[in-house]
Design a protein around this ligand. Sequence first.
Ligand SMILES: CC(C)(COP(=O)(O)OP(=O)(O)OC[C@H]1O[C@@H](n2cnc3c(N)ncnc32)[C@H](O)[C@@H]1OP(=O)(O)O)[C@@H](O)C(=O)NCCC(=O)NCCS
Length: 316
Amino acid sequence: MSIRKMVERDLPEVMKVDSDAWSKWRLESSGKREKLVPRPVSLLRMYLDSDPDGSVVALDNGKVAGYGFARRFGTLGYVGPVAVDPASQGKGFGKRLTEACTDYLARAGVETIGLETMPHAPKNLGLYAKLGFKTDGLSFSMEKKPPSKVLLPTGVGSEGIEIVKADSEDAISRIGDVCKQALHGMDYSKEAYYVRKFDLGMVLLINFHEQCVGFAICYTFRTPTQKVGMFRVKFSAMLPEYCRSPYVDAFVDSWESWALKLGLTGVGARFYTKNERTLDILLSHGYAVASSHVKMHKGRFPLDDIATLHIEQWGG
Ligand SMILES: CC(C)(COP(=O)(O)OP(=O)(O)OC[C@H]1O[C@@H](n2cnc3c(N)ncnc32)[C@H](O)[C@@H]1OP(=O)(O)O)[C@@H](O)C(=O)NCCC(=O)NCCS
């Protein structure tokens, strides 16, 4: 067995491992025998391009038997997705891949190495615990169907609110400014650049009298077999002083309106459940829990003292 950096020509084999490993997990966890489509190649290309030194493959007799991605966002780095071909599982590949990903993040100097896994996956939980990851609370993925008509900002103070699609370098740098003020070193501005570069979705900014007070980096892609996809808010945050009505309501309404305009089936967002502010916002907007993950980390845990809207999925 050997581990090496991933290169572009590995991607077809990486996609095969992705489909086979996750189809096996689905059968084990739900009894459903179905061939899952792999993640879109543009998404994998984006991971590889954004963190080439954190993208690795495991080789078994010269063939790709597993893959791992690690991604860095300022002081935060996370591991995932990681998967091993069913025929090669149980031989130490998953462990070696996860270690290679955490080594990259440690070398990059992040303060937090995070990951998320399924709470009903004893093997995964045991594997990560053995590698020194501490277990935190749950993340919820919450979802909602789009509204029947476009929603416009309403309420006192809503006159100065503007929600815009960010398509300039300057607009994206404003995300870095919001992160600096609201997220203590976690910085998602890189993702805004890559989502646009690989045409995976859109970046929304909420401005109040031309000051950027929040952002949402959203995935809107469809998998090859899907006619319609979801509007997934991958990362979002607001300045704490604007995380209230009418600003936050207008922002959440804008996601749903975009989902409607793009003909998508729903809006989804994943976040740490101990962030009660985010939980309250999504519950009060009619979102329902669709699934949950366990957060695990090494190093500093940065999420407990964030009391503003913060949507963050650790993993692919
Ligand atoms: C999770 C996955 C990547 C693991 O890969 P793998 O190559 O089978 O894992 P490994 O053989 O390297 O390691 C398994 C480790 O977990 C340990 N383990 C397994 N079950 C365990 C349990 N119930 N409790 C404690 N430890 C356990 C094993 O003992 C082994 O550790 P060891 O090498 O110290 O003995 C693989 O099963 C997979 O692709 N699953 C589907 C996709 C997935 O779940 N990806 C991860 C999402 S977070």
